[in-house]
Design a protein around this ligand. Structure first.
Ligand code: FES
Length: 120
């Protein structure tokens, strides 16, 4: 999502404004996204309205940011091919490839495993 259309707090009544990094581009499941360099990946996603980061392995339930301090693992995603990356504490960089996580797999891998199970 274009950064000018994102929903962000520009000036907080108590904390004031904050210094942002430069605008960087990344992808979410192949879709072009924008955020500020150095902010948590989860913050850039949230500003674009993305709430679901992963789906649980057993019941396929959606999960997103919960603790936002790197303790719960609800925000984990596949970042540059690395699964279980805590997006609430991982700084955003130019060109990152972020993918929703299904169990510990990509959507394509998860769907293939489900088809294999159905075939048994
Ligand atoms: S939201 Fe809990 S580890 Fe990221």
């Amino acid at each position: 999502m274009d950064i000018t259309k994102q929903r962000r707090i520009q000036e907080h009544p108590i904390l004031g404004s904050y210094e942002k990094g430069r605008v960087v581009h990344f992808t979410l499941d192949g879709k072009d996204m924008e955020g500020y360099e150095g902010e948590p990946i989860a913050a850039a996603l949230k500003a674009s309205g993305v709430m679901t980061h992963r789906y649980t392995a057993k019941h396929h339930k959606p999960r997103g940011v919960f603790c936002a301090i790197g303790r719960c693992t609800d925000c984990v995603m596949i970042v540059d091919g690395i699964p279980n990356t805590r997006t609430c504490i991982t700084p955003l960089k130019e060109g990152m490839a972020v993918q929703a996580q299904y169990g510990v797999q990509t959507k394509e891998e998860w769907e293939a495993s489900q088809e294999a199970k159905d075939g048994e």
